[in-house]
Design a binder for this molecule. Structure first.
Ligand SMILES: Nc1ncnc2c1ncn2[C@@H]1O[C@H](COP(=O)(O)OP(=O)(O)OP(=O)(O)O)[C@@H](O)[C@H]1O
Length: 236
């Protein structure tokens, strides 16, 4: 298996406050890795550090064999990293279809795996909403749209920050189905989540983060039976 993304001893500060304390993580190609932790554990900050949104004070980040520790977000995107933040920003005045077309580009090496017809096939709900203004979609529909939009850039890896947060169970089930299908189709995904149950059927492996440190790593099957870790770090 080829390693696509690696964080080595990543520390991040917001002003004088240290938020991440030497985070290590490795994501293999064609795998889905869950980054689990409670509210405020440091999941979003880890995702932002990987995407280049917050600076890394110490440690290194490697992507597709390159050191990208100090590369700006657009350079990481060009190398094939698609970061989907938790605030689900769509272009509200544009239709669903236009939101997708705006993001269409070939990925690294000219790959064009994702086209509009394939998006409609994978996201039937979006097909029905293709002419709807994106600002009028529900939170869950917008979440599906931002995932689909990220795919239109034909990335090598998807970084998804809390895609299930605050959404109704029925749409969470649809997002889960889409992510399982993407994984089965060979996508590489890093999924930050508080909701362990959401991750169990999507990710093969999980990292547990607490107070800015990775405190545990296990297969998701193992973790679902690990009451001690779940009680200590995931509040369930
Ligand atoms: N811009 C910021 N300035 C200062 N502190 C911040 C900032 N953003 C986050 N923090 C703090 O950093 C810590 C980690 O936050 P982070 O958002 O990474 O956690 P999280 O695990 O993603 O939690 P959540 O599920 O709430 O998003 C928290 O204590 C948070 O209050």
């Amino acid at each position: 298996m080829t390693e696509l993304l690696r964080a080595e001893g990543v520390s991040v500060f917001y002003g004088a406050s240290q938020i991440l304390f030497g985070v290590d993580a490795a994501l293999q190609e064609k795998c889905t890795l869950a980054l689990l932790g409670r509210n405020g554990a440091g999941k979003s900050t880890t995702m932002k550090a990987l995407a280049g949104i917050v600076p890394v004070r110490s440690g290194r980040i490697f992507f597709a064999g390159r050191d990208i520790t100090h590369a700006p977000p657009h350079a990481r995107a060009q190398l094939g990293m698609a970061y989907v933040p938790e605030d689900r920003q769509v272009f509200p005045e544009h239709s669903v279809e236009d939101n997708l077309l705006i993001a269409a580009k070939s990925g690294p090496g000219g790959r064009r795996d994702w086209t509009l017809p394939r998006i409609w096939e994978t996201f039937p709900l979006l097909t029905r909403l293709r002419s709807r203004q994106a600002g009028r979609l529900s939170g869950g529909e917008q979440q599906l749209l931002v995932i689909a939009r990220a795919l239109m850039g034909n990335p090598l890896v998807l970084l998804l920050d809390e895609p299930s947060e605050g959404l109704a169970p029925i749409i969470v089930a649809d997002i889960s189905r889409v992510l399982r299908e993407l994984g089965a189709g060979g996508a590489t995904i890093l999924l930050a989540e508080q909701n362990m149950h959401f991750c169990l059927r999507i990710a093969q492996e999980a990292l547990v983060i607490d107070k800015g440190k990775v405190v545990h790593r296990e297969s998701t099957t193992g973790l679902s039976g690990n009451d001690d870790i779940r009680r200590r770090y995931l509040a369930m």
